[in-house]
Design a protein around this ligand. Sequence first.
Ligand code: 0WD
Ligand code: CA
Length: 398
Amino acid sequence: MDSTGTRKRSAEKIEVAEPQNKLPCSAPSLSTEPALYSGSFPFYRRPSELGCFSLDDKRQYYGDARALRYYSPPPTNGPSPNFDLRDGYTDRYQPRDEEIQERLDHLLRWLLEHRGQLEGGPGWLAGAIVTWRGHLTKLLTTPYERQEGWQLAASRFQGTLYLSEVETAAARAQRLARPPLLRELMYMGYKFEQYMCADKPGGSPDPSGEVNTNVAFCSVLRSRLGNHPLLFSGEVDCTDPQASSTQPPTCYVELKTSKEMHSPGQWRSFYRHKLLKWWAQSFLLGVPNVVAGFRNPEGFVCSFKTFPTMEMFEHVRNDRDGWNPSVCMNFCAAFLTFAQSTVIQDDPRLVHLFSWEPGHPVTVSVHQDGPYTFLPTWYVEAMAQDLSSPPKTPSPKD
Ligand code: 0WD
Ligand code: CA
């Protein structure tokens, strides 16, 4: 940034797709072809936790760790687990209302309350990208995704670039028509967390309680990808009180469920598809281990396995149809460069909508003051106050 608040163009080459048809002018777009991004692994700063917040059973925000849970697996020398993941689905399940679009709101509240204490020096935030970890996960997996597209809304405000996902029409239609079996499968993932987590360190899980997916513990982190400073937040399942490091995010554990596998072909497919998503999500936040519970066709977890995040790639390293972490990270860096160079105007009501469908490049459309605007007035006005009110002069008593 220079003193006028204008973003300096970096020397980095923007990897914008060459128009194949050689038309003289076409709107800029970004290719997602894996072959274009297979260079060496880019710089990714070890994510450090800046803070956290919690959402309660009514989705109310608290600026503390009250919703953090503690990893409490059954003893390894005891009997093998037998967790009924369908238990409570019909009578003890309080699912979050997915019609409510929260966009970046909770993260913005955290940022507003901590903007004065951010490390990185004055102006760090003005050069940063603010988003959810889940949005970055989608970017990382894009070069390999063949089914689901995405839309990301982008606005620049006081220099900072904010990225907020927009539910695509197809995703909305799918959500509204979600088959009952898929709904139950989603519940089973949360039920597994309840079997594996305690409310207090050293405590025991209580599977008799209800599952309420409004409750969330979110970590807020600082990192950098290439020359892009990042501030993002992600939901964390639990912390391991026995972990060798008690320092977040390296004490965090991600919990997953997956179908029991019986053939080498099933494992291969698991490594190619599921492990890519698990890796991208946990690598971004710096979560060292993913604990997977394998469920049988009756919905019982009878075994689990820990997958260290840094070892996941080994399962596909020699697989021609596998994934490559460098491709994921280089594509994400290229997208962030593309977004930074596309969104020039500093205006919280102006949205550049980046859209992607499998088999196509990322395209952009521009929207002013419309339904895509996502930075809330309470945030914009409070942040603008900072700039308009002169800094307090210390009184002799201070
Ligand atoms: O990702 C999104 N489209 C949005 C998420 C848009 C706006 C808000 N959020 C919220 C979520 O409700 C949640 O509180 O952000 C938080 C999660 O952010 P994230 O960590 O960036 O998201 P992601 O990495 O996609 O998901 C992490 C976990 C999930 O774990 P699994 O193991 O299934 O990947 O967050 C939970 C879920 O447990 N989660 C949700 N919980 C309730 N409703 C949702 C949701 N829509 N999405 C993710
Ligand atoms: Ca999880």
